[in-house]
Design a protein around this ligand. Structure first.
Ligand SMILES: Cc1ncc(COP(=O)(O)O)c(C=O)c1O
Length: 412
């Protein structure tokens, strides 16, 4: 079924009336139905109390699990709801009893927090991080990575599907296939890919996969999920600190892990946001994720063509396959661009070097302007954004405004 008309997509999305939203890689505009679902549950909570509302709406909560499973091609019982992608990722990392000299194989494009966590594991346990080679056009080189996996047998392979600071879609499927064959766990950060393109945990060969709700999935802030494969569950992987949802305290000296992925959840969190995530997954499935991808990537392509023709702009996206994340270096105009574009009603973000140290340092960039369209954006909005980028750069150059640092316009 093709996507509904653009008018329908925009009617579903109240936020489009308040500006041109090109910050879906930061936090997207939620459809009305997601908002209503969350508010509906909060209403139930004030009427009957939080515990009672969760009990009364248990079947809707179960449905949220089913919707997210369907979204990523996962089997029943393999999704844990968590507060955000980072919590999902660290819960998975905590399941390994790392020893000195263990290796984690990752990529140049892995999220900053993930790299920081690998460094923390290095400091505490002597875990070594190795970065897989890149293809000449950009993105992880699957054959180089597979060669390293065969020769060096890392304890864990952890890779980001689409990074925060570049449009590349990394080709992870062959790497996941090899990991599966060699029984090496494969942890995928799909934070930016879920919701903007079909993501299939089986095709990726993921042992674990983490994601967040608020980005291309268009769910609420403060909610995310972790996929835990049946083989990880069968192998007995547990987070380091399960609580009474992750395990039952069955006797003195004995706790029994939950049989499914809920082993990676905490007892207390916001069911309203879980329901909102489920509603966002259902909405994406109803629209058709492949159709969403085609439309969003088509808009990103138009944007890239337009901005790359502008004087002084360097497009930073490199890779065989490019997503709905467009990054560019605005010729020294820097972070002030976000404010300038914001004043014109266009919402973008700035990715600082500290979010992409390995990638940006390898190319000598200090940061990037990121514009990330979604299916609900229009061609006219993209064309306005291209003109606005040109105008902002000109204004910043002629007024010779210094590239000021504004209070963190960035974020993931
Ligand atoms: C690739 C990637 N991974 C992980 C994260 C972290 O997500 P969260 O803030 O939900 O923990 C982000 C956020 O921008 C991201 O872009």
């Amino acid at each position: 079924m093709p996507l509904p008309s653009i008018d329908q997509l925009r009617q579903d999305t109240p936020g489009v009336r308040h500006g041109i939203h090109l910050n879906n890689a930061g936090a997207a505009l939620s459809p009305r139905g997601v908002h209503d679902t969350i508010v509906g549950h909060l209403e139930a909570e004030i009427e009957m109390g939080g515990y009672e509302a969760a009990r009364a709406r248990a079947s809707r909560i179960e449905e949220a699990y089913r919707s997210v499973e369907a979204l990523v091609g996962a089997s029943e019982g393999t999704i844990a709801f968590v507060e955000n992608a980072t919590v999902g990722f660290t819960q998975a990392l905590s399941a390994f009893d790392f020893r000195r000299g263990d290796r984690i194989l990752t990529t140049r494009h892995d999220y900053a927090s993930n790299h920081i966590q690998y460094l923390a594991l290095g400091d505490r346990f002597g875990v070594e991080t190795e970065v897989a080679p890149e293809t000449p056009e950009g993105g992880v080189d699957p054959s180089g990575a597979m060669d390293l996996i065969r020769r060096r047998r890392p304890r864990l392979v952890a890779m980001t599907h689409i990074p925060t600071g570049s449009g590349v879609v990394q080709e992870l499927e062959p790497i996941g296939g090899l990991c599966r064959e060699l029984e090496i766990p494969f942890l995928v950060d799909a934070c930016q890919s879920v919701g903007q393109m079909p993501v299939d945990v089986e095709a990726l060969g993921a042992t674990f996969l983490s994601a967040t709700s608020r980005k291309f999935l268009r769910g609420p802030r403060g909610s995310g999920f972790l996929y835990v494969s049946p083989r990880a569950l069968d192998a007995g992987y547990m987070p380091l600190f399960p609580d009474m949802r992750g395990a039952d305290w069955v006797a003195d000296g004995l706790a029994q892990p939950a049989p499914d992925a809920r082993r990676f959840e905490n007892w207390e969190f916001s069911w309203a946001l879980v329901l909102g995530t489920g509603a966002a997954a259902r909405y994406a499935l109803e629209l058709g994720v492949e159709d969403i991808r085609q439309r969003a990537w088509g808009l990103a392509h138009r944007l890239r063509e337009g901005v790359s023709a502008l004087d002084g702009v360097t497009l930073l996206d490199r890779g065989a396959l490019l997503s709905a994340i467009v990054t560019l270096d605005p010729a020294g105009a820097g972070e002030a661009m976000v404010e300038k574009l914001g004043a014109m009603g266009i919402r973008t973000s700035w990715v600082d070097r500290s979010s992409a140290v390995l990638d940006y340092d390898s190319r000598g960039v200090e940061g990037a302007l990121r514009l990330s369209p979604h299916a609900y954006n229009t061609e006219a909005e993209i064309d306005l954004a291209i003109d606005a980028v040109e105008e902002s750069m000109r204004a910043l150059r002629t007024r010779n405004e210094p590239a000021r640092r504004s209070p963190r316009a960035t974020g993931g």
